[in-house]
Design a protein around this ligand. Sequence first.
Ligand code: DGJ
Length: 742
Amino acid sequence: MSIFINEANQEFHLQNKQISYVFRVLEKSKQLEHLYYGKKITHRDSFSHLIEREVRPSSNMFEGDHTSSLEHIKQEYPSYGTTDFRYPAHAITNQLGSHVTTFQYEDYQIQKGKPTLPGLPATYVEADDEADTLFITLRDPVLNLRLVLSYTIFSNRPVITRSAKFINDSEEDYQIENAMSTSIDLASDQFELLQLNGAWARETHLEVNRLATGIQAVSSTQGASSHVHNPFIALKRPETTEHTGDVYGFSLVYSGNFLGQVEVDSYGVSRVMMGINPFRFSWKLAPNQSFQTPEAVMVFSENGLNGMSQTYHALYRERLARGYWRDRTRPILINNWEATYFDFNEEKVLEIASTAKELGIELFVLDDGWFGERHDDSSSLGDWFENKQKLPNGIKGLSEKIEALGMRFGLWFEPEMISKGTKLFADHPDWLIASPNREPSHGRNQYILDFSRPEVVDYVYQMMDNIINDAKISYIKWDMNRFMTEVYSKELPADQQGEVFHRYILGVYSLYERLIEKYPEILFESCAGGGGRFDPGMLYYAPQTWTSDDTDAIERLKIQYGISHVYPLSAIGSHVSAVPNHQVGRITPIETRANVAYFGTFGYELDVTKLSDAEKEAVKKQTAFFKEQRELIRQGVFHRLMNPFESNETAWMLVSSDQNEAIVGYYQVLAKPNESYKRIKLVGLNPDKCYAIEGTDKTYYGDELMNIGIILAENFTGRADEYWSREKAGDYHSKLFVLKAL
Ligand code: DGJ
């Protein structure tokens, strides 16, 4: 049993072996009071001893009762306008312009398993005993508006998911101005806020700050989750490390504008909320209609940040990603973007593909530039038919030739975009997202199709379907290279313009869903100029994401370290590219480039025909190595060991579920002379097993590796001239250690 109800006190306790979540109904106002969220506590018949009240100078709801101020009550899904001055979890305006709400408890329902959220991505179960779901129904009696809060607790994971649904039982229209997916008032402000920030080509950089009194937030207003912030925050205790201590993670299964906010009040309470960004959002709720928020996924870990990440990894890999590729070995791919950019033809493509095949690569991906008159980024988006000068045999002919080489073929699309000068633009000049009477701004010379309109989505589906149906396509890279300004849809009335952002992303989801349904065996990789839409929503449709347009191995240490806080390696697109690197000009050894890219989906992004023989030999070894290790890499338990944001070194490792195998990646950015002795302390191994380190004659017990560590110093002979004569590793040095239990 994972949901206990204390009927007499109207208390709810969601509990599994790891976590507890407790809340109750307030006796008089019938609103919800939050009592506890964290490590599992014993269930009891009453939790009234956890109620915390003080008489304070404040507004109170009930006459004569000086403790009924909601300002001082920790809540579940707070309203605005009834004595609480903090930011609310929802805001509704009625036709009189009033925005006060008071949702009062009506009843509850428990369901085995976890229902889906129609039209929205969400975590799921495959058997009903994997989770239980509690629905709490509340009603605002004045508005006759119903609110259903859903709480799912997974049986064997320290995870609670939450979402909210508003149902209009009245005869009036309402405007929802804010509808968070989750809100929780934690009884402490002794936390650090961890967030993943960035920009194009330097996504998901880790930032940790002590919580301050007041509001701190991450968000997007760009129409996509964006490069700037990931839809994720964590609250950790100051003493929490990678391996120990408490941390609360909050992740939103959504790809549009989001808000993750913490408000620390004057009494040491941290109100955490996450959901669609209320900025420019409003939703007209007509009678009998409902509005469902996306899902927030809350993870509690008492085993530090790695504990939290491992929970997210397993959940997102096993119960968010779906379909044919979820549990399958992913192909090693080569993408021609950095090899040729727009400058290719069939001959060049086949030359790259056949060399790649010889090197052990399994899938060739043709990136941007195959359609219309696309010779640079200024044209042709929306004209999804092949350029016959570049590809005289079309995509069909090319895909057949690639398959004849014994490789699979993949293709790039940017379905949501349109360039001026295209046939699509000539036929449908009014399909853009653009504000009336204003010139829309472009980004990368392109404009955005209004995916909030179903007819636009239908049309794009038809164009894509024509290409896919005709050719042998095993993989699609779905790109999106600009964000939204001047957001407006010509089809919606003025009082519904606040719906455009959300309707747009629902349109994106619906196109994905249709394509997946028709082509279940195509592997989708999502992309938005790299990691501009690396979010859980996308993972529901595309099991892997192109992590960043920055392919430099050293830059990738930070990006991949950051993204690994939430997302499994099976989702992290990572490739070996050419040197000097195209983003930063850095020259790193080909071994280091691979040693970083292995910790993801692995592939190449360079012109393999230009490699020297020695480099080709190195690539052959790399593809062979990855094929041997890729199941461990895809499914192993990942641990971060040394943080690139804090030092010159990075280390991380993977351990198989039976603890018989492990791979450790160690990276040193700059070389140092006459360095201190170094060890890499491992974690997650079996202390009693003895492990051999491949390629050496060394063996270590698990307890040695976890308490002493791998000793990095080589055993030299002691010859006097040895220091000067020995080969120096140089900058950007890395090492992989492959461990096997004897
Ligand atoms: C941005 C992507 O992140 C790149 O990998 C590449 O596909 C380009 N777009 C193509 O325009």
